[in-house]
Unconditional design. Sequence first.
Length: 210
Amino acid sequence: MSSTQPQLCAMTAAQRLKIANQIYISYPRFKEILGAIEYCHHFSCCKDEPECMFLSGSTGVGKTTIYRTYASKYPRQITAQGTTIPILAVTIPAPATVKTVVSKLLWQLGDPAYDKGSIGKQTIRLIGLIKDCGVQLLILDEFQHFIDRDSAKVLKTVSDWLKTLILDTNLPIILIGLPEAEQILQLKCHSQLSRRFALPMLFRSFCLAT
């Protein structure tokens, strides 16, 4: 402890805050959700259809921390044979469209022409790169940004694209967002998509006992 104290004393407030923000406590609900993500990741290959999950919760409860904690165990690796990306995770930009999401996924995979072409052509490139890079799990954070568009047409387009992506890649997908984003998965015209996200996980904040 004594050898650590001088180091801490020499740090600025910003440096100490950075260290503090990197600390997390692994409590039962945290472990439970990590276990659910792991189940989707590793057991989908044993099933005809991939296990997908929608993780919802209010702002600030730690949803992003959970997925980053899990993804940190599977970093990308660059070898002589190419780049391997076990977990492809992106934050959905706002305002969100299918094209902006596909573009960001392609950018994350290293496609130099990530923003070029129609959605259909981009999606074909995305599927090819997902296979080439050995992606095993796809995570989309801030899924509620699609709801912010407030358009039934946008929601249906997103639903169609998600269903197609799951069918063509057979990859498990973890969607993360505010609880209201679940309405995209509950569209009556896409019962097949709803079935794949049939067990949503709700992440609540801590409450003080009264």
